[in-house]
Design a protein around this ligand. Structure first.
Ligand SMILES: O=c1ccn([C@@H]2O[C@H](COP(=O)(O)OP(=O)(O)O[C@H]3O[C@H](CO)[C@@H](O)[C@H](O)[C@H]3O)[C@@H](O)[C@H]2O)c(=O)[nH]1
Ligand SMILES: [Mn+2]
Length: 378
């Protein structure tokens, strides 16, 4: 029995047979090469139109070779999160990183939803820490996160109780039919659903009013650090918004706000710069516990924040305009990262990106619909 349990696979990778498609794809490549050789050996060479056609066809052939490589031998990976706890004695800690840069272009309510979808992950909360890097150095973003932390205390238990799939409230409530489809007969569920919706509507209205300056935000108390700051010129600001002090497994993950030091005299390097400040860089700080008085560590913290605080062996990075649409995503990733063989070979796990609220027909192809259908078809 014990052996059987040990043999439970964490994931399976099945290589797909694509003999027929491979023949077709190679045939297209052959036609393209024939076309190119026709161009080269045709009598009307070196005119302007010849040159234009040659460049276009060469580029098309090159992209076809790249595409051919990408789809030559696709595989489907099926993960088994339910086997994970039987195979690994303890789940590892994961640091979650969210980057935001501008409260106008990336409204705080969007970042708030991203953070809520992370705080509600189906993973032991005492193993998670969510770091939000704010390159906008905005009290609005900090305010939204404080509000998010209060809402999370009700939202996360609601998601767990009803096994909610989409845990970013604005996505969940955007489709009443789908979100209410489960347990729709239960009065208790209907009652709690309406209560959560009212609370979320109130929350988003408050954030909107503060963002539009209809409710003034006083820069005192917790917010005083923002009073003399400019977006490109300010010292480091770190605020521990939520702390799972006792490491309880039914609490909430840590939530930490960070605005890294910036000055006009040196480049900030955009997202890469922000991630460098967040990501741990050595293993010596493993013994550090979460610091509840960050100001003491400010001078050290200027370099790698999570390294000094939680220093988890794994990290998950999402932009502020993304949401987690599968609460088990970390468990799925762990099936590959914790496997005895692939765990040593695989550096990162990435999921296909899906887009929400895209423009109809996707005229500019930003949602990659055609690309996925044509190039990555399995
Ligand atoms: O000075 C900056 C500028 C940007 N960002 C953040 O970086 C992320 C991505 O920046 P964005 O300008 O939104 O780039 P996109 O083209 O939308 O994002 C794609 O392209 C980026 C650059 O290749 C990748 O880093 C992203 O993960 C990928 O989603 C966002 O969360 C920003 O808030 C910062 O933290 N600081
Ligand atoms: Mn973006």
């Amino acid at each position: 029995m014990a052996n059987q349990e040990h043999d439970l696979p964490l994931y399976e990778k099945v290589w797909l047979k694509r003999r027929f498609q491979r023949v077709i794809d190679t045939f297209i490549l052959l036609l393209l090469l024939l076309l190119l050789s026709y161009r080269v050996f045709s009598p009307n060479t070196f005119t302007f139109s010849w040159f234009l056609a040659f460049i276009c066809e060469s580029w098309f052939t090159f992209t076809w070779i790249v595409i051919l490589n990408a789809k030559w031998s696709p595989a489907v990976t099926t993960t088994h999160p339910d086997h994970l706890l039987q195979r690994v004695p303890e789940l590892p800690r994961v640091d979650l990183f969210v980057t935001t840069a501008d409260p106008v272009l990336e409204p705080p309510i969007i970042t708030l939803n991203t953070v809520l979808s992370l705080l509600a992950l189906d993973y032991p909360p005492n193993k998670l820490a969510c770091y939000v890097s704010d390159d906008g150095c905005s009290p609005l973003t900090f305010y939204a996160l404080v509000q998010a932390s209060k809402f999370a205390k009700l939202w996360v238990p609601f998601c767990n109780k009803y096994n909610v799939q989409l845990r970013a409230p604005f996505r969940y409530f955007s489709n009443v039919a789908t979100s209410k489809s489960q347990d729709s007969d239960s009065t208790e569920f209907n009652h709690e659903w309406s209560r959560m919706k009212d609370l979320y509507d109130h929350l988003s209205k408050t954030i909107e009013d503060v963002t539009r300056k209809q409710i003034p935000l006083q820069l005192d108390g917790e917010f005083a650090v923002f009073s003399n700051t400019e977006q490109r010129n300010h010292p480091t600001i770190i605020k521990v918004i939520l702390e799972n002090k006792d490491g309880v497994s039914d609490g909430l993950p840590h939530l930490i706000y960070i605005s890294r030091e910036k000055g006009p005299q040196y480049p900030h390097n955009y997202k890469a710069g922000a991630m460098n400040v967040l990501v741990p860089w050595n293993t010596y700080s493993h013994s550090y516990k979460l610091m509840i008085k960050p100001q003491i560590y400010l001078e050290y913290v200027q370099t790698r924040v999570s390294g000094l605080m939680t220093n988890a062996p794994f990290m998950l990075n999402v932009d502020c305009d993304m949401v987690v649409n599968n609460p088990k995503i970390v468990l799925h990733a762990m099936c590959i990262l914790m496997d005895s063989k692939s765990g040593k070979e695989v550096a990162f796990v990435q999921c296909f990106q899906q887009f929400y609220d895209g423009i109809k027909d996707d005229a500019y192809g930003n949602q990659w619909v055609a690309a996925f259908e044509v190039f990555f078809q399995l």
